[in-house]
Design a protein around this ligand. Structure first.
Ligand SMILES: [Zn+2]
Length: 473
């Protein structure tokens, strides 16, 4: 490549966000060009891959252009001081690195950060749209410095590395503030740490933007607008139940309504709502909290999860005494919730008289609109198992491009299965009837698999994503 003799202006803002180590490692120099930031690169990798990696640690897309090695070296040496080795520098570097990890994870919408030690290296993975993706791999000798930094910030005992610990970090930047729940786990090769990013901010959570169709939203609102009774949302961990509950609380949060919540952890903060953190270590469990709540004259109670018969019975007592109770339960379907309660030992007639609505939900990944590819559908096991309509001849598959950070997907949406407890259904429940297929068909109750197939048909998601999602149904 011919030596470039033009003069470039270094992007000072970006220069501060890139460490000297990274500049030398990736062989990049940030340059301002016509108001936009461009990153130059040498001949070490392809521009697209590099842009991808830069997107990950910067949190936004940048353009990568090629420059000759000689010019790049000149810009590198004049703008980044190469300094490795000394412990003090390692500490500063680690601190910056940790901050970069946290801010990057938050800005790309990642929910969890995993720090995992192995025999020779350590891995840092981000969970994005429900899937883990390796983000960084760091040398083992740098790992303890990062781990101690995290433990220190989370108020944990640094000298204790043989027992699990839990803590919290509040991250404050100029524009935002968010909390991180920290959990450590001693493993064979060192401590593994998982950070859960708690978004706190509910401003962008709206009931009508979660994935409900217009008709579903109407049924759902009818269920939660009852002054008393129970609304239960079921689904595995990470199916978006908490988000649905908070969107609901936002709808119901009025000046004339008292709302109390108990959960673990408190995922969002909602003004005007009394929120309590579960503390089982001091005896504050869901049942105890519910009992206390009833003396606090609430209208609406939100309980993180119904795990046992004691909590279920307290929820029923609250509903029978004129309160609306919102909660979650671990089951696979809306009807499964009723069977689960009965299995727990809750009398069927009490379920029938207090449950307003049973909801099951899942999150499906949305195909990236920039790179999804249409292909003919194969009449495979999926079609047979899930009754894919004959007219569905084509569907879209995930590919991957720079927009979706090579995953093929961008964002998620919820699919819902709604089972309102009508008079007729409550009779079935009271009579302990387990086969209610006819009722569901007659009532036109859409199953999660029906909703998923509808989204495949609309080209919004892929067979692959849905197959994994419904496999355990
Ligand atoms: Zn894409």
């Amino acid at each position: 490549m011919i030596r470039d003799t033009r003069t470039y202006i270094i992007s000072v803002a970006l220069q501060q966000r890139i460490s000297a180590e990274q500049a030398y490692q990736y062989r990049i120099v940030p340059i301002e060009e016509q108001g936009t930031t461009v990153v130059f690169y040498s001949d070490t990798t392809t521009p697209e891959t590099l842009a991808q990696e830069l997107f990950i640690f910067l949190g936004y897309a940048v353009e990568v252009k090629q420059i000759d090695t000689e010019t790049l070296d000149i810009y590198l040496s004049t703008n980044f001081r190469k300094a490795f080795g000394a412990e003090k520098q390692l500490l500063t570097y680690t601190q910056d690195f940790l901050e970069k990890i946290l801010l990057t994870a938050k800005s790309i919408g990642s929910s969890d950060i995993h720090f995992e030690p192995f025999e020779n290296t350590c891995r840092i993975r981000f969970r994005l749209d429900g899937k883990l993706k390796e983000q960084y791999s760091i040398p083992k000798e740098e790992y303890p410095v990062i781990i101690n930094k995290i433990k220190n910030q989370a108020g944990l005992d640094i000298s204790q590395n043989r027992l699990p610990q839990d803590g919290r970090i509040t991250v404050k930047t100029q524009t935002e503030e968010f909390d991180i729940r920290v959990s450590t786990l001693p493993t064979m090769d060192g401590e593994s740490i998982v950070l859960r990013i708690l978004s706190k901010d509910t401003s962008n959570i709206q009931l009508d933007q979660l994935g409900f169709t217009e008709k579903e939203l109407q049924i759902y609102k009818e269920g939660v607008r009852n002054p008393n009774g129970i609304v239960l949302i079921s689904g595995p961990t990470g199916s978006g139940k908490t988000t649905t509950l908070y969107a609901t609380l936002k709808l119901l949060n009025k000046i004339d309504t008292k709302i109390l919540t108990i959960e673990d952890p408190i995922e969002y903060t909602l003004e005007g709502v009394m929120q309590m953190q579960l503390r089982e270590d001091i005896g504050l469990d869901f049942e105890t909290a519910l009992k206390t709540f009833l003396r606090q004259d609430p209208d609406i109670i939100m309980v993180g999860e119904i795990r046992d018969v004691k909590t279920a019975n307290m929820a029923i007592r609250a509903a029978l005494t004129g309160h609306l109770v919102l909660s979650t339960i671990h089951t696979n379907s809306a009807w499964g919730t009723i069977s689960r309660l009965i299995d727990m030992g809750v009398p069927a007639h009490l379920i029938a008289s207090t449950l307003n609505l049973s909801v099951a939900q899942r999150l499906v990944r949305k195909l990236c609109v920039h790179c999804k590819k249409e292909v003919p559908i194969e009449k495979d096991t999926f079609s047979i198992q899930y009754n894919v309509p004959k007219e569905l001849k084509k569907h879209y598959i995930a590919q991957g491009c720079s927009h979706c950070y090579h995953t093929g997907y961008s964002g998620r949406k919820a699919i819902y299965e709604l089972l309102p407890i009508t008079k007729e259904l409550s009779v079935h429940i009271k009579n302990n009837e387990t086969q209610i297929d006819t009722y569901l068909e007659k009532g036109n109750i859409k199953k999660l698999s029906d909703q998923a197939i509808h989204l495949i048909q609309a080209g919004e998601t892929s067979v692959d994503d849905v197959f994994a999602l419904l496999a355990n149904q």
